[in-house]
Design a protein around this ligand. Structure first.
Ligand code: OGA
Ligand code: MN
Length: 301
């Protein structure tokens, strides 16, 4: 059966059939998936019972892996349940049991329940995230996606003019601060120094513009903080209106790819201290900055 993509939402999201991700892709399959990503921004594959190695091999068809740099999480290498190339997005510790209610890694994970774009707190943010479902929970735990191209297109002209050229400051400190998780070590605080990202991005292939929002965005360069936060809140409300949102209900062995340059996502609550939600993510680097950093600007002066 040839590879086919069926659109699931009026703006975005494709459901892919006719491909087996346990096997190496043909060049034509890889090209069709990448073109599908450009068009639909989120692709869903069902029934893909893959190993970590197969997930990594599949991911590399579309770019270079983004690897942990000790600045993107509070987890320590010795606490890792899965290999470094995989971001452990589960609720589980190394013993494969749910994290305790008061575990600070659990507190940190609540950040994934806020609308965000992966790694927007990195100077070079990510391109795609590829999330594989290795166990499902009895209720909750859906992942929602918002189309940030459709959200941009729906702005009025004066709103487009207002956001054009703005640069935001993104940090894990901002997203965790929203949740009141502020007990960071001095080392973590230093690691989570804000980075700059353009508020409006343009897709390198399609040329479509999108709003680059994220829970990590906590300021706008040159703006008073309350004014910046209220604009960001307003844009987030707009961009996550149900018209722009797709809800994914996970089935065992689903794999979902999303383009972090064109979408936001969040996971919904589930019984995380009593049930196991084993989700494993590979992430591809976007390769380019969206804005010059403060120190780069100073060095150029
Ligand atoms: C992620 C994330 C969503 C989920 O993997 O980047 O935000 O459904 N998780 O666990
Ligand atoms: Mn995420």
């Amino acid at each position: 059966m040839p590879l086919e993509i069926k659109q699931l939402h009026q703006h975005f999201v494709g459901e892919v059939s006719g491909v087996d991700l346990t096997k190496p892709l043909t060049a034509a399959e890889a090209a069709a998936i990448e073109a599908g990503m450009d068009r639909y921004a989120v692709l869903i594959f069902h029934g893909q019972d893959i190993t970590d190695e197969q997930q990594i091999a599949f991911s590399k068809n579309f770019g270079d892996l983004e690897l942990p740099d000790n600045k993107s999480n509070i987890i320590k290498d010795h606490e890792r349940r899965v290999r470094r190339e995989i971001a452990d997005v589960s609720n589980l510790g190394k013993d494969n049991e749910p994290l305790d209610r008061n575990d600070r890694r659990r507190f940190f994970n609540f950040g994934n329940q806020l609308w965000h774009s992966d790694s927007s707190f990195r100077v070079i943010p990510s391109k795609y995230s590829l999330l594989s479902c290795r166990s499902v929970v009895s209720r909750g735990g859906n992942t929602e996606f918002a189309d940030m191209r459709a959200a941009y297109d729906a702005l009025d002209d004066w709103q487009k003019a207002e956001v054009d050229g703005l640069i935001c400051e993104h940090s894990l400190m901002y997203s965790r601060g929203i949740l009141g998780f502020t007990e960071l070590t001095d080392e973590e605080k230093a690691n989570f120094k804000p980075v700059r990202q353009s508020l409006v991005r343009q897709h390198p292939v399609t040329g479509r513009k999108s709003l680059y929002l994220s829970a990590h965005a906590g300021g706008i360069v040159g703006w008073p903080m309350p004014e910046a936060r209220s604009l960001l809140r307003d844009l987030n409300d707009h961009a996550t209106h149900p018209d722009f949102v797709y809800v994914h209900k996970w089935r065992l062995h689903d794999l979902v790819i999303w383009d972090n340059r064109q979408t936001m996502h969040r996971v919904r609550r589930f019984p995380d201290t009593t049930e196991k939600r084993d989700m494993r993510r590979t992430t591809l680097t976007g390769g380019v900055q969206t804005a010059q950093q403060e120190d780069q600007l100073r060095a150029a002066e």
